[in-house]
Design a protein around this ligand. Structure first.
Ligand code: FE
Length: 190
């Protein structure tokens, strides 16, 4: 995609998406897409995670933005099909970010399916919208699928991001502004 006038760097472009489309409802969740991702980034940062994990948490759902992909709904309803936003997002981010970021983003949906398959009680903690998309995405992984997933590079990072993802749908949580994360993103974007 081309930059809007005056937008010269990836971090500015991402900021613009958060401030625009990001304010929409997040597909049946109680927070906007921007708030959701900012909360995920904040949870990662608070846990002392490395920069690339904070970035992956902060950016994991950019594939939901219409400006960078296909799609979609008006933001008010559940996804009717699986748009594979994890691939859209990872491919787009790969223009500027290393694999430690993009592959955690790409695998964050598989990580949900993994956790639902291997961790008792995880499925019961999913939001209704996430439970809905779990079905579209193929449901919990079987044991052989889970074992194969564990062998993938970045699987562990994706699982870590996924746990923040689940926790980042809290309308009562204080959410840092996007600018808070600019220095970190600028450090790792190329
Ligand atoms: Fe998410």
């Amino acid at each position: 995609m081309t930059y809007a006038r005056g937008v010269s760097a990836p971090v500015d472009l991402i900021a613009q998406l958060f401030a625009g489309e990001g304010l929409r409802n997040y597909l049946g969740e109680e927070v906007s897409i921007a708030t959701h991702m900012l909360q995920a980034g904040a949870l990662a940062e608070r846990s002392g995670a490395a920069d690339h994990l904070v970035a992956a948490a902060l950016l994991h759902d950019v594939g939901h933005f219409e400006a960078i992909g296909q799609r979609q709904t008006d933001g008010q309803q559940l996804e009717p099909i699986d748009y594979r936003h994890q691939d859209t997002g990872a491919d787009w981010l790969a223009q500027w970010f290393p694999g430690e970021v993009t592959e955690a983003v790409r695998l964050h949906v598989m990580a949900k399916r993994y956790l639902c398959g291997v961790e008792p009680g995880y499925l019961g903690r999913l939001s209704p919208a996430s439970l809905h998309t779990l079905g579209l995405q193929g449901g919990p992984l079987t044991r052989p699928q889970a074992e194969a997933f564990e062998q993938l590079p970045h699987a562990r990072a994706a699982v870590t991001v996924r746990r923040w993802d689940e926790a980042a749908k809290d309308p009562a949580m204080a959410t840092p502004p996007f600018d808070h994360f600019r220095p970190l993103l600028s450090r790792i974007a190329r």
